[in-house]
Design a protein around this ligand. Structure first.
Ligand SMILES: Nc1ncnc2c1ncn2[C@@H]1O[C@H](COP(=O)(O)OP(=O)(O)OP(=O)(O)O)[C@@H](O)[C@H]1O
Ligand SMILES: O=C([O-])CC(=O)C(=O)O
Ligand SMILES: [Ca+2]
Ligand SMILES: [Mn+2]
Length: 672
């Protein structure tokens, strides 16, 4: 035995100490006391750990053991009648060919060379390399871009996306509750004035264009210029994220979407917001019905026709493609796809709705319409009811279905006491946009609007404990129209006739408070047809007629709920307590409000209940809560006038089969 531990020419403190331990009773050669570990009887060698040895010879080998090779994302289908199905190798090749085809430039002969996997993992040599070839004969012309590989990070899991975000995207952090905090860059909300739709022979006739329409026209050629810009940008990167997912829980009307993006944040956001395919469904995915090219970090070219800023969100219904340039706000993808559904679904006699939706234990379904910030997510997330969805739905002959696989909740002022289900959904896997947190504890301060007022959480719907999965339900019984009336003159709740429901649906009113920085501002009335004019593709009366028809057929009751101010306008009154609004909503669901006694209000002619359990009597008629009665009347007339003015453009349109409903709707507005 070597005496100084230099066996094999190596020096080891442990070996040295052990050797000494045997010869001089615990004293090292230099007289220092040896650090004594448990000395087992009869064991002459002192081990510094008794665990079983690691099964690796090198550090690299050790690390390679840590990650188990996962089953292929999509398992190989069983063989049928002795004939082998497509081999895994072949299937992977086809999938990559499809992705290369998606990313193909329209002016060069081949799609990019794509390879699966993270370029950072050099050890893993690319196995499946694919080039997409157009059908004409390739020429020998080539470019630098044709020589390089683009790595495809395909349907990554939340864990993988967290790591990509944290390693490569500045501003990505794990919060104390496990969510991924991200920044969406310069844009923290949607850019409706930069959203363009290709006007071609078909869409020129089908879509709503002109005054009031959200569809700003662009031509096909300009679309292709922007598409090429986005595709070239994406292919120039070392890696892009590709998500293949679904929209719409109604299996007969499911839409396959592919999202190509440059950021892990975008991939995780869409992973949460769209419906996640099972491995089997992914295997049969084939060609997507719609593709998004999100090159949001790259601006559009101001020399390109139609471009008025560095942002452009372009929809081409004919090509079934959307291109995003110059905005990283993830909501553009969500709402862009919603626009597509607002086009595709009505073609199939299915009504698409900007609404939340939930269902009681007895199967009674309620829809919650309302503009941004009026309470769709907050009120459809109800501990006593099943959540079908918080924002986008379809109403077909078979009932309702959620379009999405996740929720997108506003976070400003969020508290665990007031909104426990949303609070608890902000955990591992959830994307938290633009929030502020403590740099050490990573506790989020939901009251902090330093980055933006529009802080958001995107989480899979199953993070809400009583989510109804699959997210479908029977025909709605109640249709609740939410308005956040910062003027404080609309009653907290009123029961609507069918004509009134249509009037308020087409009006799409809310009044939010403009920026609060330079002191108190006047409430700003917003009218947005169908409570989502920014996303509709056809004329509002088309959707209104479908809603009226469905409500009549299925005997649904309409309600108008003011989740805004009481006791005065913004500045003197206060926002109605969420607890009271919840009591009102409870009474609608249970049916007790349907049977209550009602009184009519002046100007708007609304039927207001004379009592609701758990809600102070005096707030039910807003006139009681204003100390200055004249100011109340003036404000009421002012708002009534705004409604009238807004509705003028709709007075020439026929809604439904005959003129009767149209006349009733026109008469159902404010009267003074
Ligand atoms: N009485 C009330 N009723 C409903 N919401 C209230 C009330 N008082 C305050 N709020 C707050 O208003 C906000 C409503 O936002 P919510 O996320 O539900 O909007 P949304 O209608 O889903 O909008 P979006 O379409 O933009 O997602 C929440 O922050 C909620 O806490
Ligand atoms: O789309 C968004 O950014 C948020 C949202 O739900 C809406 O505005 O209706
Ligand atoms: Ca919402
Ligand atoms: Mn919304």
């Amino acid at each position: 035995m070597a005496t100084n531990g230099t066996e094999n020419g190596e020096f080891s403190f442990a070996a040295n100490a052990n050797a000494n331990a045997n010869t001089n009773g615990g004293k090292g050669r230099n007289g220092l006391a040896k650090i004594q570990t448990h000395k087992k009887k009869g064991d002459e060698v002192c081990h510094d750990d008794s665990a079983t040895p690691v099964k690796a010879q090198t550090i690299d080998e050790l690390h390679s053991l840590q990650r188990k090779k996962s089953a292929p994302t999509t398992p190989i289908k069983g063989t049928q009648g002795g004939f082998a199905a497509v081999s895994e190798e072949e299937r992977q090749k086809q999938q990559l060919q499809s992705i290369s085809a998606s990313l193909a430039s329209l002016t060069r002969e081949t799609g990019p060379k794509v390879v699966k996997g993270d370029p950072a993992r050099k050890a893993e040599t690319p196995k499946h390399v694919t080039h997409h070839h157009h059908h004409y004969t390739p020429t020998l012309s080539t470019s630098d871009s044709a020589l390089k590989f683009t790595h495809i990070l395909y349907n990554l899991s939340p864990g993988e996306l967290y790591e990509q975000a944290i390693k490569y995207e500045k501003g990505s952090f794990i919060t104390a509750s496990g969510a991924l905090a991200t920044l969406s860059g310069a844009k923290t909300g949607r850019s409706p004035r930069d959203k363009r739709v290709v006007k071609d022979e078909t869409t020129a006739d089908e879509l709503w264009w002109g005054k009031g329409s959200p569809n700003i026209e662009m031509d096909e050629h300009t679309f292709l210029v922007n598409r090429e810009r986005a595709v070239d940008y994406l292919c120039s990167l070392d890696k892009v994220f590709v998500n293949d997912q679904f929209l719409n829980w109604d299996p007969n009307h499911r839409i396959k979407v592919r999202i190509v993006s440059a950021r892990a944040y975008h991939s995780l956001f869409m992973h949460n917001m769209c419906i996640r395919p099972t491995p089997d469904e992914l295997e049969d995915f084939g060609t997507p019905d719609f593709t998004i090219y999100n090159a949001g970090q790259f601006p559009c070219n101001r020399y390109t026709h139609y471009m008025t800023s560095s942002t452009s969100i372009d929809l081409n219904l004919g090509r079934r493609e959307m291109v995003i340039l110059g905005t990283q706000y993830a909501g553009e993808m969500k709402k862009g796809l919603f626009s597509v559904m607002h086009y595709l679904m009505p073609k199939r006699q299915i009504l698409s709705l900007h609404s939340g939706c939930n269902m009681g234990k007895n199967g009674d379904v309620a829809l919650f319409f309302g503009l941004s910030g009026t309470g769709k997510t907050t009120l459809s997330t109800d501990h006593n009811r099943y959540l079908i969805g918080d924002d986008e739905h379809c109403w077909s002959e078979n009932g309702v279905s959620n379009i999405e696989g996740g929720c997108y909740a506003k976070c400003i002022g969020l508290s665990g006491e007031k909104e426990p289900d949303i609070w608890n959904a902000i955990k591992f896997g959830t994307v938290l946009e633009n929030v502020v947190f403590d740099e050490h504890s990573r506790d989020v301060d939901y009251s902090d609007n330093s980055v933006t007022e529009n802080t958001r959480a995107a989480y899979p719907i199953e993070y809400i404990p009583n989510a109804k999965i699959p997210c479908v339900g029977p025909h709605p019984k109640n249709v609740i129209l939410l308005a956040c009336d910062a003027f404080g003159v609309l009653p907290p709740v009123s029961k609507l006739s069918l004509a009134q429901t249509m009037y308020h649906f087409i009006s799409g009113y809310t009044a939010l408070v403009a920026g609060t920085e330079d002191g108190i501002k006047e409430p700003q009335a917003t009218f947005s047809a169908c409570f989502g004019a920014a996303f509709i593709m056809l004329h509002p009366t088309k959707y209104a007629a479908m809603l009226a028809e469905k409500m009549r057929k299925h005997g649904a009751t309409g309600w108008l709920v003011n989740t805004g101010w009481s006791g005065g306008s913004y500045g003197s009154g206060n926002r109605i307590k969420l607890a009271y609004t919840r009591k009102i909503i409870d009474a609608i669901h249970s049916g007790t409000l349907l049977d209550a006694n009602y009184a009519k209000t002046e100007v708007f002619g609304l039927d207001i209940p004379t009592g609701i359990e758990g809600v102070p009597l005096e707030i039910l008629d807003p006139v009681n809560t204003w100390s200055d009665k004249k100011a109340y009347k003036d404000t009421l007339l002012k708002l009534g006038g705004l409604f009238k003015k807004n509705f003028e453009v709709f007075s020439n349109y026929k809604i439904g089969a005959d003129n009767k409903l149209t006349e009733e709707i026109l008469a159902a507005g404010p009267n003074f």
